[in-house]
Design a protein around this ligand. Structure first.
Ligand SMILES: Cc1ncc(COP(=O)(O)O)c(C=O)c1O
Length: 391
């Protein structure tokens, strides 16, 4: 079956948070997609709705088997169903874990620039963010781990947790197996629990596939909680469903307590059948989606190269989010983003949201029908041409 990614959806009419904008504005922002999910997934939802009785639900054996089979077939990665726990989303699981596995005043380590919502989970619970800056190479526009600094911060006696984003948001970087192993082994040496957020793991567009952290050898996964979800993969963010995968039985028992204590372990009426349908029947849709988004990415890369030589695309291979170096134009991406919006109605995320060196970057979501991406690029080119005159 050939799926349609070209039809423009009217998401203003459906309470989309991203589209709470003025008429005529184009938001290439929040990480969800402007495509309909697979028909097989919608059919499973409809079947459930037609049943009409919506009492309490719990995750089933079939649910965990669907997760395990997906990771085996898509990523050649093995997870036992016993290692898995349902949770109501990556952020809820993360927030519960921060509360349960650390104390007020502890440090939670992450590598900046980094997905912004995590900061709320940490700071709102009275913990400190401790950040290791990824080293940016201005010639190749790539980042590298500052290993010396990372170990120093892992060794800090107040650091009890580390959050890893695999693949990384906002750079789209896919950590290699060696890098993951090195991070996990350093964390283990210093007694730090690692939460690996793999919500973008199914969205590697080119190059080597990502490595699910739970698939690393046993001795590296003793301190590891991996969080996976159909949320980004199949455009199901509002389903509020994710799976924690914890190979170590002692840590698993503690994770179990965390998600139950903070009430993030019970599925809503659609979470179980929808996730099963996605993992059992969604592969073909996902592969076509990735081809389409890769096409968008090639289009944007070509457009920027030809028309906007001031901008540099950071060469990530995963996610539908592009991280673009705008430092030749401005060292204040919030101001730049405000100008772009005012000048053309194009809304993008300023890199300042993601801390680190984000003031010299913008983030653009390209999971849209091609016509909207073309519209976005035209607006971007106009804004960049007008920008110097705005100063
Ligand atoms: C890296 C990352 N983690 C988590 C989330 C949100 O996860 P959830 O909706 O399951 O809480 C996002 C959404 O943008 C994300 O990019």
């Amino acid at each position: 079956m050939k799926y349609d990614f070209d039809t423009i959806l009217d998401r203003r009419a459906t309470n989309s948070e991203k589209w709470r904008t003025k008429d005529g504005e184009l938001p290439l922002t929040i990480a969800d997609m402007d495509f309909k999910t697979a028909a097989e997934i919608t059919a499973a939802m409809k079947k459930k709705i037609d049943q009409g009785a919506f009492g309490y639900e719990y995750p089933t054996k079939e649910y965990y088997e669907a997760v395990a089979d997906w990771y085996q077939s898509e990523h050649h990665a093995h997870a036992e169903t016993d290692w898995m726990r349902f949770t109501t989303g990556v952020i809820p699981a993360l927030t519960a874990s921060v509360h349960h596995f650390s104390h007020e005043g502890d440090n939670v380590l992450l590598m900046e620039p980094f997905y912004n919502t995590f900061y709320n989970s940490i700071i709102n619970s009275g913990r400190h963010v401790i950040a290791s800056q990824q080293l940016y190479d201005t010639a190749t526009h790539t980042y590298q781990v500052d290993w010396y600094d990372l170990e120093d911060k892992l060794a800090n006696s107040l650091t009890t947790l580390m959050i890893l984003c695999n693949p990384h948001n906002p750079t789209g970087y896919v950590w290699t197996k060696d890098e993951l192993g090195r991070i996990l082994s350093l964390a283990k040496r210093h007694g730090v629990i690692v939460i690996s957020d793999e919500i973008h793991g199914d969205l590697v567009l080119e190059g080597a596939d990502y490595t699910p952290a739970f698939s690393l050898p046993n001795d590296l996964t003793t301190n590891l909680i991996t969080l996976v979800s159909t949320s980004k993969t199949f455009n199901l963010a509002a389903l509020h469903s994710a799976t924690g995968i914890v190979p170590n039985p002692i840590l698993r028992e503690r994770f179990d307590r965390a998600i139950n204590k903070y009430e993030v372990a019970e599925p809503n009426l659609l979470a179980i059948p929808t996730t099963i349908a996605a993992y059992r029947h969604g592969a073909d849709w996902l592969h076509q989606l990735k081809d389409y988004v890769r096409g968008n990415k090639e289009y944007v890369a070509g457009f920027i190269k030809q028309n906007l030589p001031e901008l540099q695309l950071v060469p990530g291979t995963a996610t539908y989010l592009l991280w673009i170096d705008t430092s030749a134009l401005s060292d204040d991406s919030q101001q730049l983003a405000n100008f772009i919006r005012k000048d053309t109605g194009l809304i993008i995320n300023p890199g300042t949201y993601y801390h680190g060196n984000g003031a010299g970057f913008i983030r653009i979501n390209i999971a849209y029908p091609r016509k909207q991406i073309e519209d976005g690029m035209k607006r971007l080119a106009k804004a960049i041409a007008d920008f110097p005159n705005a100063k």
